[in-house]
Design a protein around this ligand. Structure first.
Ligand SMILES: Cc1ncc(COP(=O)(O)O)c(C=O)c1O
Length: 455
């Protein structure tokens, strides 16, 4: 059965009980009372009300394969029975629902224990926040406090959050604001092999992008830095996936100039890339700090920083407090998520399904000229759409059209890139072969309906 037939054969979501609102009413309210930049992905806004495993349902009972998971947040699958059971039991047992780190809790300790066990060698200290932005803020503070320096180097096209200090490190004009303070941040050029800023070819270059980090330090700082922050695969930037040698060279440079290397694994962590739980460990990146959020909580509002004991020591004598950071319910959900990822071998599954999808997308490339590049690792895959493969003109409108066509056929994907022309695919790590093939079939038929770039 084709996905849309399956979709039609399931008229209502499981346990549908009509407790939904009308889209027109929700949109009208948003228009009046939300910030004007509260946007939605599709031509017509979607209201998602129910979810199970890799599927979500809208208020009409239409089913979609969720290949974006919020934004890269669903790792174990929606409403995983084991995670649900744990949280429901906590509530039924009247376990304390909120307490701060001023009191002891077995849940935050159990989560820290699991994270430290997965961390690269030497990252023995875990600290919790409510989001990825806060995790990066804390990492900046640690790097600055530890080195006594202030400047953090970031990468063009990088994204590290929506708070003041993280936006100062943001490599997209679209996310930045007028009069926003940008002190103590400077950008190096992006390691993007598909659109190399140095006009080099990936197989013959000498990693000019890595050298550029050193040039940036030499030309736009006083010669010492507090740190450097980069994602091992640049998420919002459009799943830009630099060569592994880049990270080895850059960590050396950052350390030579006295800085701390911060690896932002908010999107790449939680086994999504199909190797180790953390991509930094898989790639042997000599990071001093790793920040996480999104997938390791399977949708819980949680972030984390892993750091070396010597950097953590810099906090001695200073106060740091985060009211909800380390909250019992959030940490219990994150630990249960980590347990499910381990028990169900979801990292190995991400590798196998990622390979299946990537091979399938590369096959589609032969048929659809709109696809300029396919990249990524495990189940963090990007498909860059271009109007023309030689000029690489951004196919931004076509990407929106593609997303809508996929949605109409029962598949949700995301997009990224400064010009919004990279399709982002990040389904739950529990995706099965049938679902992977369903997704590829929908991609194939959706691409065939888009005029530009078809052969
Ligand atoms: C790589 C990366 N870092 C940090 C963040 C910020 O996380 P949050 O939105 O939870 O604050 C994001 C969010 O998309 C992200 O993709």
């Amino acid at each position: 059965m084709r996905p849309e037939e399956v979709l039609q054969s399931i008229p209502t979501a499981p346990d549908s009980n009509n407790d939904t609102a009308r889209n027109e009413d929700l949109l009208a309210f948003r228009k009046r009372h939300f910030l004007p930049n509260a946007h939605h992905y599709h031509g017509e806004a979607l209201q998602l009300v129910r979810a199970k495993g890799a599927y979500v349902w809208d208020e009409q009972g239409r089913r979609y394969l969720d290949a974006i998971g919020g934004i890269v947040c669903i790792s174990a699958g929606h409403n995983h029975p084991k995670i649900k059971k744990k949280l429901m039991k906590m509530l039924e047992d009247d376990e304390i629902q909120h307490t701060s780190l001023l009191y002891l809790s077995r849940h935050v300790t159990a989560l820290a224990e699991a994270l430290v066990a997965e961390a690269p060698e030497g990252l023995d200290v875990a600290s919790f926040t409510n989001s990825g932005s806060e995790a990066n803020e804390l990492a900046f503070m640690a790097a600055r406090q530890s080195t006594g320096e202030t400047i953090i180097i970031n990468l063009r096209h990088g994204y590290h959050g929506g708070t003041a200090a993280t936006l100062a490190q943001c490599g997209h004009h679209t996310w930045r604001y007028r009069a926003q303070p940008n002190a103590q941040a400077t950008s190096a050029l992006e390691p993007n092999c598909y659109r190399c800023p140095f006009m080099q070819k990936a197989d013959s270059c000498d990693l000019e992008c890595a050298k550029n980090v050193e040039t940036t330090i030499q030309t736009s700082t006083h010669g010492k830095i507090a740190g450097f922050i980069a994602e091992p695969i640049m998420g919002v930037g459009g799943f830009i996936d630099p060569p592994v040698e880049y990270f080895h060279r850059v960590t050396e440079i950052v350390h030579n100039y006295g800085g701390r290397y911060i690896s932002d694994e908010v999107q790449t962590g939680a086994g999504r890339c199909g190797g180790e739980f953390l991509l930094s460990k898989e790639l042997d990146i000599d990071a001093d700090m790793v920040t996480m959020a999104k997938g390791f909580g399977n949708g819980a509002a949680i972030g984390a920083v892993l750091m070396k004991t010597e950097d953590a020591k810099a906090f001695e004598g200073k106060l740091y407090f985060n009211t909800f950071g380390g909250d019992p319910m959030q940490t219990a959900q994150a630990r249960a998520t980590m347990d499910v990822i381990a028990e169900e071998n979801l990292v190995a599954n991400a590798k196998a399904m990622g390979r299946r999808l990537k091979d399938g997308m590369r096959e589609l490339m032969k048929k659809h000229r709109l696809i300029g590049d396919v990249r990524g690792k495990g189940l963090l895959l990007g498909m860059e759409l271009v109007k023309d493969r030689v000029s690489k003109e951004y196919a931004s409108e076509e990407t929106l059209l593609f997303m809508d066509k996929c949605k109409d056929k029962g598949v949700l994907v995301g997009k990224g890139g400064l010009f919004g022309n990279v399709v982002r695919v990040a389904p739950p790590l529990s995706l099965d072969a049938g679902q992977a093939d369903e997704l590829l079939d929908v991609f194939d038929r959706s691409l065939a309906e888009i005029p530009v770039g078809n052969s």
